[in-house]
Design a protein around this ligand. Sequence first.
Ligand code: NAD
Length: 496
Amino acid sequence: MSLSMSLSFNPDTVVLPTGHHIGGRFVELPGETIPVLRPSDERPMGHVTDGGAAAVELAVTAARDALARTGWAKMAPRDRAKVLYAFAARIEEKAEYLGRLEAMGSSRLISGTVTGDAVRTAGVVRYFAEYCDKLEGIVTATKADTLSYTRREPYGIAGAIVPWNFPMITAAWKFAPALAAGNAVVMKTSELTPHSLLALAECAAEAGLPGGLFNVVNGWGHTTGAAIVAHPAIGIVSFTGSTKTGAAIMALAAHSGIKPVVLELGGKSPQIVTNNPGEIEAVATRVANAFMANAGQVCTLASRLIVQRGVADELLDRVLARTKAIKAGPTWDETTTFPPVISKTQFDRIDGMVQQSVAQGAGVLTGAARLDGPNEGHFYAPTILTDVAQDNIGYTDEFFGPVMSVTRFDDIEEAITQAQHPTYGLSASVHTQDLRLAMKVADTVEAGMVWVNQHGRDPEFTYAAGGWKGSGFGKDMGRAGIEEFTRQKAVWINYL
Ligand code: NAD
């Protein structure tokens, strides 16, 4: 990887991939044109076409041919791993290009997309390459003269549909384990951020992954996305996105052959801070980052701060100071620390929900408005709401923007009761020096992921991410992340 001195770049100079990537090459297909805008200045950066059922059919045919031609599912696992290692290396070689594509087309900042998102994407591919020969079954207990064992086998063709907030990483969590397990992949980009994922498919082809094993199509959810879910040859669908879309996908998958789905959905995650949270400056930084990072466009965003009375005022003063210390700006400027919201639609949605929350009785500690400044694009001010009752939209719904509500508590039981959410169960955190309280929260909170003294995932690959309740089911990453792309077969041999 060659890194230039400065990470900042001129977005007008970045060459975009065009078309769908099917059968190992870019393919132009007819379809409705979907313009793609740069979130930082709302200028058109390119377009894709809605591939619809025709693009999905072409991709499925390519996938089926590739599986038959290459024996991908049946080859020695080490040989599959070798190709994936080459794919990872190619991503690293092109990390600067991929990082620029990601930064210009999404809300991700260039300060984090090259050595962060792009290099981490390579790491995800390498992590799952290492699993190729570690998918094991078990021998089960039987009477004499019989052998009973389980095998993990791929589904054949795996479908995947991804959102726009971390376009490369979220996609890699799906295509890398699916490929490593021996599947071919048909994946849909988000219509808002298609280009970096298309460029990853190009990396795969350049690295020698046989054409047809990793296909990337573009289009709307209700057309191209639905065609993936409904296609009879696609054996499993892994989806990341909103809870509402997840429910629609689950219903469609049920009517399309009782197809298994993995659903990584929305959240309304709490973070609890106790009276003895550790060094207050560091805690304030963590708490602020947990709702402001990526302008709040993070599924595990800590949208509900639950703070013990003794530390509440001091903590809030420090968090407030951090909401003023941001530098909003274009994503391609390496000095920017606070990015725009992905689109006008999303901006209007966030603001509409905030105003509704206020109309329903919430108080405003800061924000609740467009962020003042010279920037183009749609920047929403970091917003802290108080007095958010449990029937207020600020409590019930996911905003997916830099918005956090604050409530106070006296004892930990009260904090845990507040932390449980009727709909969501994606993640939760507790900041405390009291191990007993930390363990109580970790043991009792209804969430698929819990952190102590941090909020949000480490860039480790071993941690299986996924939610409970309305936040979905199934896991991305870790051993569980690759097992999702296999199905178990039980074999019984009577050798008398
Ligand atoms: P979304 O549900 O609107 O769209 C996600 C993807 O689904 C897009 O590619 C879209 O085109 C497609 N889609 C939409 N309707 C479809 C349909 N009927 N059939 C098939 N596909 C369809 O979500 P979004 O706005 O892109 O992303 C934001 C949401 O994603 C938030 O709710 C966020 O919490 C969630 N998210 C969850 C995780 C996680 O790991 N749990 C990670 C990132 C984002």
